[in-house]
Write a protein that binds this ligand. Structure first.
Ligand code: NAD
Length: 358
């Protein structure tokens, strides 16, 4: 059956992968609601924009009347909530936007969804889904244990980012328990892949290496993260929103635990192979690695137990870390135009042009 899926944050890294997947691989209609902050990039949606099944609303999820207008016009059968401030370092430097978008924005969206859902005819209301997309960082730090995060691991967020996401997860579950809103929650590990904004570890390292700049690794680089290729995440999210059990939480991860330094070393190896013509003065990419002062409050280890989604929905990652990282490096080498326009700030012109049209 064809769904009408409203996607907040659809111009971001993961949201755009979900939109590309939905438009490219499914019959569903999509409406993207996105403020186009620095992290929103319409050029990541270029393969979807010509589809008659795609539409775009430039708006803030904290804007109640804009939300109500979008719900009334599009009449979604499901909402996927990805809009967020997502960068931990930015949350440490300035938490205010994280509180506003991640907590107040989620509350505003929940209320708009609840009003819309409670006005639906019974058969449509019982089919409606509100899917909240969250992070494994809400569970805190696994340092010193072999444990994995499960869906029942108690929350213990460490950063302003993860605390704001934890708050939003609690709000979503409360709206289910108190008002009966049909919600689903997913908590996923670190994503990587094409169209990733260059402030994040993997693209930052690739682009610095390609321009002969230092590759800065926090602390001693021994922090462990669990990695998932973004297109595997996008497929998982579509499985959950269309087939997941209402009221449930699903952890999503790739069973790939890596130390940050090992990720950077792997990238250097791939770059040696795929981009052997190095910038002037660089004899080996790994000589660009430098260790810098650690992030305050930095969690040491995250690791996800993803067996519930595997067992219940039959979802498994298709990429290994080696294959996904290779695809990622290749994508950055073949799509210089995308990231050069991000680095120069030119990608924001497309956003302004879009705003004027609407
Ligand atoms: P991103 O920063 O790349 O994209 C966020 C998007 O939200 C952008 O398009 C931005 O313009 C939009 N946005 C921000 N504030 C908004 C507002 N007030 N109103 C409307 N739109 C707004 O983030 P991402 O990496 O794609 O993450 C998407 C979601 O997945 C987030 O909720 C994040 O917490 C979660 N998540 C991310 C990862 C990861 O590794 N990136 C892992 C697990 C979960």
């Amino acid at each position: 059956m064809s769904e009408r899926i409203l996607i907040t944050g659809g111009a971001g890294f993961i949201g755009s992968a979900v939109v590309r997947h939905l438009i490219g691989q499914t019959p569903h209609e999509v409406a993207v609601l996105d403020k186009l902050t620095y992290a929103g990039n319409l050029e990541s949606l270029s393969s979807a924009v010509d589809s008659p099944r795609y539409r775009f609303y430039q708006m803030d999820i904290c804007d109640v009347s804009a939300l109500e207008k979008a719900f009334a016009e599009f009449r979604p059968t499901a909402a996927m909530h990805l809009a967020a401030e997502s960068h931990v370092d930015r949350s440490i430097d300035g938490p205010a936007d994280f509180i506003q978008t991640n907590i107040v924005g989620t509350y505003t969206l929940l209320e708009a969804s609840r009003r819309y859902w409670s006005g639906l005819p019974e058969d449509e209301a019982s089919a409606f889904r509100f899917h909240h997309i969250s992070t494994d960082e809400v569970y805190g730090d696994l340092e010193g244990t072999d444990a994995l995060f499960t869906e029942t691991t108690p929350y213990a967020p460490s950063s302003p980012y993860s605390a704001s996401k934890a708050s939003s997860d609690h709000l979503v579950r409360a709206w289910h328990r108190t008002y009966g809103l049909p919600v689903l929650v997913t908590n996923c590990s670190n994503n990587y892949g094409p169209y990733h904004f260059p402030e994040k570890l993997i693209p930052h390292m690739i682009l610095n290496a390609l321009s002969g700049k230092s590759m800065p690794v926090y602390g001693d680089g021994s922090q462990v993260r669990d990695w998932l290729y973004v297109e595997d995440h996008a497929r998982a999210l579509v499985e959950v929103v269309t087939r997941g059990r209402v009221g449930e939480t699903y952890n999503i991860g790739g069973h790939i635990e890596k130390r940050n330094i090992d990720v950077v070393e792997l990238l250097c190896g791939l770059l040696e192979e795929l981009a052997p013509a190095k910038p002037a003065g660089v004899d080996a990419y790994r000589n660009l690695i430098t260790f810098v002062k650690d992030r305050p409050g930095h969690d040491r280890r995250y690791a996800i137990d993803a067996t519930k989604i595997e067992r219940e929905l039959g979802w498994f990652p298709q990429e290994t870390f080696e294959s996904g990282l290779r695809k990622t490096v290749t994508w950055y080498l073949e799509n210089r135009g995308w990231w050069e326009r991000v680095l120069s700030g030119e990608y924001r012109l497309a956003r302004l042009g879009h705003a004027e049209e609407n």
